[in-house]
Ligand binder design. Structure first.
Ligand code: PMP
Length: 307
């Protein structure tokens, strides 16, 4: 796996890795005035093609985050962002699975309320695989931020300090991660992904209005459960004690894909191993994302022309 790739994007231009730098006085660095995205591109060996999964949805969410952060509007359409991303992947000759990080930065030397100028960055990062094991989670004693403070709907650097504190605590206490509760005590999400549990054979996940990111993977899995497996996901508020009696629990996200959970607060989930619905939906998701399963081609952006 490469340590890093040769080119990045800053100010909308493809630059050598070392040249893509920000000044320490930019509001992005001083105050965390940064919105970002995380995408994955999957290499399909049979088709000799690189597919970016749901690129337009990620680029739209990036623009939505920038808007919700009060950033000056940026002059890129989703199509232009997709094209720039393809150019960057081609410049780096990517023929393996990678992680992609587009960001909007408030630059210049403004103070806290600065809305611009806004610069666009994109990075291609070698993809670390999530360990193939069941995760051990705790309930964090840190509360999830809420829609009227700094909304978890916004994917911005500042939001991730809430999850960062929770993850530091969880890891110090010997867990792999944690679930965060909202101010009413309902289950929201893990600091890096969304949450599903299975109760009485039915997948259940928290609503988008319960202080979670509008996760693209969550939406994909709800659709795949329905379309491929004929199973309706229940979207509703989730109590803490439901976690301790769930048959299966898994986390999901672009980075996490589908990550099984074997323990929560030292209660075993099922028998502690990956459960049947988790296995099924994980296979469906990876098949679609890599394009081994040809359905939903509208979700895969092919990078190399003429393949
Ligand atoms: N919640 C949080 C806090 C996340 O960081 C992520 C990862 N982006 C997710 C949920 C999952 O979102 P997505 O499926 O769009 O990657």
């Amino acid at each position: 796996m490469a340590e890093h790739y040769e080119y990045l994007v800053l100010d909308g231009k493809i630059l050598p890795y070392q040249e893509a730098k920000l000044h320490i006085l930019t509001p992005a660095v001083k105050y965390g005035a940064t919105a970002f995205e995380g995408l994955r591109a999957y290499w399909n060996e049979d088709l000799q093609q690189l597919f970016v999964f749901r690129s337009s949805d990620h680029m739209s969410r990036l623009m939505q985050s920038g808007r919700l952060m009060g950033m000056e509007s940026v002059d890129y359409t989703v199509e232009e962002l997709n094209d720039l991303l393809c150019d960057l992947l081609i410049a780096n000759k990517i023929r393996e699975d990678v992680h992609i990080r587009p960001s909007l930065f408030v630059v210049g030397e403004g103070q806290v309320p600065a809305r611009g100028p806004v610069s666009l960055g994109m990075a291609v990062i070698p993809m670390e695989r999530w360990a193939d094991k069941t995760y051990r989670l705790c309930i964090s004693s840190w509360r999830r931020i809420d829609d009227n403070s700094l909304s978890p709907r916004i994917k911005c650097a500042a939001n991730y300090q809430n999850g960062r504190m929770a993850l530091i605590q969880a890891k110090e206490d010997g867990y792999d991660g944690c679930l965060m509760l909202d101010h009413r005590g309902h289950v929201t999400e893990e600091p890096r992904g969304c949450f599903f549990m299975v109760r009485k054979g039915v997948p259940v996940t928290s609503p988008l209005t319960d202080d979670i990111l509008e996760s693209i993977t969550r939406e994909t899995l709800i659709e795949l459960f329905n379309e491929f497996h004929g199973i309706q996901t229940e979207v509703r508020e989730i109590d803490r004690t439901e976690l301790y009696v769930a048959e299966e629990v898994f986390l999901c996200g672009t980075g996490m894909e589908v990550t099984p959970v074997g323990q929560i607060d030292r209660f075993l989930v099922g028998n502690g191993q990956i459960g049947p619905l988790t296995t099924t939906i994980r296979q469906s998701y990876i098949g679609i994302a890599r394009g081994v399963d040809g359905r939903h081609s509208e979700w895969r952006m092919p990078v190399y022309p003429g393949v």
